[in-house]
Design a protein around this ligand. Structure first.
Ligand code: PLP
Length: 424
């Protein structure tokens, strides 16, 4: 029984390098975080060896007495962490990640080609909410279901609920999905509930913690602001909704519908994280995530940046760089060189959606808040980003005065064939 260093120095070295990269860089990707040593210990434990298809007390394999104890504990903690009444809500903690959790919900409550409405990806939604382009159905969700995305009001950067309502009345979706990957504001849950009720749709929320009151189903990843291992969870109402028994439909969609054996090491790590999530210290952390993000947003506005929706209510800001005369892709690259890690992101109102050269950047506060940063450091981060943008603009000017300009004109022209292949 060898240690990793003895058994495989090559992989050990890659891990060491990645650890150093994580340690040395300013990690601002809104969907990333640093999980705790305790969670990592559980994830790296013998729990990974065990097969346990089924649910606690109803397994297809023997030897599951401790795994049953673990999964039941994890379920209890999940409901408690989100203040959900065990008599009214259930949870499945087996989804392997966020996208599978979403597809499991769709499989549970829809038939192939049923209609869904989620926030459009270029306006901040997630691929798994039904993204498609005029030419291609990109995600499995849009391949197997009929998707009609809703969008933001481009003048305010907020969800256009009036248009969502009008479209829902015509489109008659069976499921409306709230939640997003790059939306800096809270959703208007009562309004979404009212629209769903008006058209007889189920309402699902991807990733929100406070929406349990309004939604029928809530999915979430476990590795973002929750700071757990990579995984997913599905919360569902126990009473039937619109004639659908969510509990059995969702549990059956997870297994045997779309998954086999649960990843028990992840469930172990998740249980540890959910215990921590109920501590007063975690509440303080979450409040800091939001106040740090506000400090970052205010400083960026002071520096003259345009933020989508004008600010942030949560853990992320979306900066529209187009007024600065630069795109998010180039700024991401330059900042990467300075060990500042964030991601390029599309912004509402872009003339053509281009995933590789979008007009904005998304900046998140959870990871650096875990590392102990406060508002003062987030103001400094805004200044660093500003410097990165100025350097990128300088670099662009240098390119414009050089022979590279002809090449650049070619690759950024709408007729460039490779571009057309990757972004419709
Ligand atoms: N849903 C939302 C809103 C997300 O932002 C993400 C990830 O970015 C996912 C689902 C997918 O999660 P995963 O990458 O774990 O499949």
């Amino acid at each position: 029984d060898y240690s990793l260093g003895e058994a495989d120095p090559e992989v050990r070295e890659i891990i060491t390098k990645e650890k150093e990269r994580q340690f040395k860089s300013l990690e601002l990707i809104a969907s990333e975080n640093f999980t705790s040593r305790a969670v990592m210990e559980a994830v790296g434990s013998c729990l990974t060896n065990k097969y346990s298809e089924g649910l606690p007390g109803k397994r297809y394999y023997g030897g599951n007495e401790y795994i049953d104890e673990l999964e039941t504990l994890c379920q209890k903690r999940a409901l408690a962490a989100f203040n959900l009444d065990e008599n009214k809500w259930g949870v499945n903690v087996q989804p392997l990640s966020g996208s599978p959790a979403n597809f499991e919900v769709y499989t549970a409550i829809l038939k192939p080609h049923d209609r869904i409405m989620g926030l459009d990806l270029p306006h901040g939604g997630h691929l798994s909410h039904g993204f498609m382009t005029p030419k291609r159905r990109v995600s499995g969700t849009s391949i197997y279901f009929e998707s009609m995305p809703y969008r933001l009001d481009e003048s305010t950067g907020l969800v256009d609920y009036d248009m969502l309502e009008k479209t829902a009345i015509l489109f008659r979706p069976k499921l409306i999905i709230a939640g997003a990957s790059a939306y800096p504001r809270d959703f208007d849950y009562p309004r979404m509930r009212q629209i769903a009720d008006a058209v007889g749709a189920l309402l699902m929320m991807d990733m929100a913690h406070i929406s349990g009151l309004y939604c029928d189903v809530v999915t979430t990843t476990t590795h973002k602001s929750l700071r757990g291992p990579r995984g997913g969870m599905i919360f569902f109402k126990k009473d039937p909704v619109l004639g659908v028994e969510l509990e059995s439909a969702i549990n059956n969609a997870v297994f045997p519908g779309l998954q086999g054996g649960p990843h028990n090491h992840t469930i172990g790590g998740l249980a540890v994280c959910l215990k921590h999530a109920q501590s007063p210290e975690f509440k303080v952390y979450q409040n800091k995530v939001v106040s740090n993000c506000r400090a970052l947003a205010s400083r960026l506005v002071e520096l003259g940046y345009k933020l989508v929706s004008g600010g942030s209510d949560n853990h992320l800001v979306l900066v529209d760089l187009r007024p600065m005369g630069i795109d998010g892709a180039r700024v991401e690259k330059i900042l990467d060189m300075a060990s500042i890690t964030l991601n390029k992101n599309s912004v509402p109102g872009e003339s053509s959606f281009c995933a590789l050269v979008p007009g904005g950047i998304r900046i998140g506060s959870p990871a650096m808040t875990t590392r102990g940063f406060s508002e003062k450091e987030f103001v400094a981060i805004a200044d660093f980003i500003h410097e990165g943008v100025e350097i990128t603009l300088e670099a662009k000017k240098l390119v414009q005065g050089s022979k590279l300009q002809d090449f650049m004109n070619f690759v950024t022209s709408p007729n460039f064939s490779l571009m057309n292949n990757v972004a419709d």
